[in-house]
Design a protein around this ligand. Structure first.
Ligand code: SAH
Length: 399
């Protein structure tokens, strides 16, 4: 992967271009949908797939703002266009009076920050997701805060076009020491965007350390996975900490050791952590030390979890608490069947490694696997493992 600091955005913003303040439709190119293809937009799903487009009026470039209209000409939304993606447009605003300009982004980012304040996420520490793409009305833009470092991840042409504007606004509103871009997710290729990694504002401290519920974690912003840390597991980490007292814990797919550190603080008798990445394990070990936890209770394995679980079974090892937090097996529903086999396989082995009365804590972050299907997969695994299981918690990503 290319990790150099590209200085210019892929779509340099044209001053005075298609982002006028008045929001008059005449300033934007227009895409007209095919007949009867506006239903999802009327229900506020912000994506327009290329197959739904009947015609394009004007010659919008990637990232340009366009008006979206029904076949009969009714205004549906104002969107970012990208002919290179199957998601040909992503809606910025449902309101015709909204111009898409710096003020628009200041408004949206301010609103995102206000939501985090109202949820008081800062009570848990100084790391949180500040902007969550479509759900904050900012398609393709993710911003994570790690102490005084902000990481921007840009996954769509519209967000790429407005990257520098958003960086300026974030700088103005949050005053971070550094804004770092980590735009290297696989989905960039589907959008026809090159990878971009590097400092956008300020300078990156040697190794940012965040604080979460009194624990400290080193975050590898430049080379770690995603934007550096799995913020979505914040509340689930707490639960694991609360369940760990006196227990022998197996933490599979441990990455930088979030669950391991919480389990050790929670008084686990031992924690075996497994990941296939050496760098992840180094970071995880560092995080145990950073918290002054007894490294003697921690065991580490660099291995493929599918193979490691079989080996542990063959060695007759057993645990009181098994955590399975694998990477995304099914990005879309098309991968669901294969993914289901993977989730079932590890859950079945996980159940077999549990002592009677033990707890399996198993996760899926696959968009292609519904909650219902996941429950069926895990229930099937329990049945095949010959254990009697009950569901004690249904866990989700943190706010
Ligand atoms: N539980 C972690 C996040 C896990 S992300 C946390 O809370 O921070 C998924 C992890 O699985 C990554 O660290 C990746 O390196 C690892 N991984 C992916 N495939 C693997 C495999 N087959 N065996 C072991 N680890 C794997």
């Amino acid at each position: 992967m290319s990790r150099q600091n590209h200085k210019s955005p892929p779509f340099p913003h044209k001053p005075g271009g298609a982002g006028g303040r008045s929001g008059k439709s005449a300033e934007y190119a227009t895409i007209f949908l095919k007949a009867d293809r506006e239903k999802s937009l009327l229900r506020r799903h912000p994506w327009i797939f290329s197959g739904a487009i009947g015609s394009v009026e004007g010659a919008p470039a990637g990232g340009d703002t366009v008006d979206v209209r029904s076949a009969r000409g009714a205004f549906l939304g104002r969107a970012a266009y990208n002919a290179q993606s199957q998601i040909a447009a992503r809606v910025w605003s449902w309101q015709e009076e909204h111009a898409i300009d710096a003020d628009f982004f200041r408004g949206r980012i301010s609103r995102s920050l206000a939501v985090r304040r109202s949820l008081n996420i800062a009570r848990s520490g100084n790391a949180m997701r500040l902007v969550h793409g479509e759900s904050d009305g900012l398609p393709g833009l993710v911003v994570d805060r790690y102490g005084d470092v902000l990481v921007m991840q840009i996954g769509a042409a519209g967000a790429a076009r407005w990257r520098d504007t958003c960086a300026d606004i974030l700088h103005e509103l949050c005053g971070p020491a550094c804004i770092y871009e980590r735009s290297d997710s696989d989905s960039r290729a589907l959008e026809g965007l090159p990878e971009q990694n590097g400092v956008l504002r300020g300078s990156l401290p040697d190794s940012p350390v965040i604080e979460e519920r009194g624990l400290r974690f080193a975050v590898d912003v430049a080379r770690g996975q995603k934007t550096g840390f799995y913020l979505d597991q914040r509340d689930n980490r707490s639960l694991i900490g609360a369940l760990a007292q006196g227990r022998e814990v197996l933490n599979c797919f441990c990455y930088s050791g979030g669950f391991s550190v919480y389990a050790l603080r929670g008084g686990a008798a031992s924690v075996l952590s497994i990941d296939s990445s050496e760098e992840a394990l180094l970071l995880a070990r560092r995080n145990v030390v950073l918290n002054g936890l007894d490294a003697g209770r921690a065991e580490w394995q660099c291995a493929d979890v599918f193979a490691a679980l079989r080996k542990l079974r063959d060695q007759n090892r057993s645990f009181d608490l098994v955590i399975l937090d694998p990477p995304k097996f099914a990005p879309t529903a098309a991968f669901a069947e294969k993914a289901a086999r993977g989730y079932k396989d590890i859950a079945l082995l996980g159940f077999k490694l549990l002592r009677p009365g033990g707890t399996l804590s198993t996760f899926s972050c696959s968009g292609g696997i519904s909650d219902d299907l996941f429950q069926k997969i895990i229930a099937g695994a329990a049945l095949d493992a010959g254990v009697e299981a009950q569901i004690t918690h249904k866990l989700h990503a943190s706010a």
